[in-house]
Design a protein around this ligand. Structure first.
Ligand code: FE2
Ligand code: FE2
Length: 383
């Protein structure tokens, strides 16, 4: 365990102990007051060096800043408490005050009759519920605060497509990625998503063109955003997950076109070359300034399976990032939904069935269930 996660563990341990004591003795008890002070000091130290931290509960797993944690006794207890309060995510932002932490402790110590969430969000502590939010209205999800021009759905594919093509062309010619451009595209996707989540998703679920660059990257991006938003992920982490999707296959630009464009099945040798795209992509992203770390990791890991088979080869104790799991799911879905010269797109229902079968071996089970919940809505009402 590195020192950063040790500090976060310490904070959770103090928070948990404060909430447990508060449930027994009340908020005014000296022990609770002391632990609340400690929790505040501990989180303030963490937030001195970073803009925020995100804790997510996905079924019984606790995910801290995108990394699933091995559950120890107290993390397990913490996850149970969040589950029983129907809290799916906690985002703690720099600048949080002592009263906000005290309110959080108070909320965690209480439980309403029906087990529902009784802890309100505050300016620097955002609590999310794990639920589908793709259809929420913008008022419910909160304004984005972005003053960029908002694109409407019909004009977006054209305009964004042109920008993305340009970025890709530059990478091809000059081997230089303009990450700011990609980041802007993702922000406008998120804006559109907040207003028209469902049509945007429907666009990703139906594709009949065989261009792998823009269409594939944007589809994986939209699907990743849908997954992340359904889990209550917001802010920079949401952007980074979108950016990671946009550039996950960037390594393909370093694979000879005759292999990429080959209409028939690849030979073993060609396949070996093709399998280098995650490493080549990750290396390129690593050398590009301003690329979020998550994008490098997801490029490297997106062909790894849940059971760590796949490629590139990794050690048996490898911890795959949550964003990579999401990207693998979106990538797999989009690949099947694409028309190939040698096969028609696999129908939506059949794709969902295949993904169910692959849960636990190829795909992350809880994230696949989350994904299928989103997709099932589309199947039920494909308008
Ligand atoms: Fe790939
Ligand atoms: Fe891909």
């Amino acid at each position: 365990m590195n020192s950063a996660s040790r500090t976060i563990y310490d904070f959770i341990r103090i928070l948990l102990s404060a909430a447990t004591n508060a449930a027994l003795y009340g908020m005014e008890h000296p022990q609770v007051v002391r632990l609340s002070e400690q929790a505040f000091t501990s989180i303030s130290l963490i937030l001195e060096t970073r803009p925020g931290i995100t804790l997510l509960v996905i079924e019984n797993e606790l995910v801290i800043d995108g990394k699933p944690q091995e559950l120890s006794l107290f993390l397990n207890r913490f996850t149970q408490i969040l589950n029983s309060r129907e809290i799916g995510s906690i985002r703690l932002l720099a600048g949080l005050s002592k009263p906000e932490i005290i309110a959080l402790i108070g909320g965690l110590s209480r439980q309403s009759e029906d087990g529902a969430q009784t802890t309100p969000s505050s300016d620097h502590i955002r609590l999310g519920k794990v639920e589908l939010r793709v259809q929420d209205s913008p008022e419910k999800t909160g304004a984005t605060g972005s003053n960029k021009r908002k694109l409407t759905l019909p004009e977006m594919p054209h305009e964004e497509s042109a920008r993305f093509m340009e970025i890709y062309e530059t990478v091809k010619k000059k081997h230089k990625l303009q990450i700011n451009g990609v980041s802007d595209i993702v922000s406008s996707f998120i804006d559109v998503f907040r207003q028209e989540g469902k049509p945007l998703l429907a666009m990703a679920a139906l594709r009949d063109k065989d261009e792998y660059t823009f269409t594939h990257s944007t589809n994986v991006c939209v699907l990743n955003l849908a997954q992340a938003m359904a889990l209550g992920i917001e802010g920079q982490l949401l952007n980074d997950i979108g950016i990671a999707a946009m550039v996950h296959d960037i390594g393909k630009l370093f694979i000879p076109e005759e292999i990429l464009m080959k209409p028939d099945k690849l030979t073993a040798e060609e396949f070996n070359i093709m399998r280098q795209h995650p490493v080549k992509g990750a290396r390129h992203l690593l050398e590009t300034s301003g690329v979020p770390r998550l994008a490098v990791i997801a490029a490297y890991e997106h062909h790894l399976k849940y059971n760590l088979s796949g490629y590139p080869h990794v050690s048996s104790d490898w911890q795959q990032n949550l964003c990579s799991h999401m990207t693998t799911i979106s990538d797999f879905f989009d690949a099947l939904r694409t028309k190939r010269t040698y096969r028609a797109p696999v129908p939506l229902k059949e794709t969902a069935g295949m993904m169910l079968d692959m849960m636990g071996t190829d795909l992350h089970p809880a994230l696949t269930r989350n994904f299928l919940r989103i997709i099932t809505r589309l199947i039920k009402s494909p308008d």
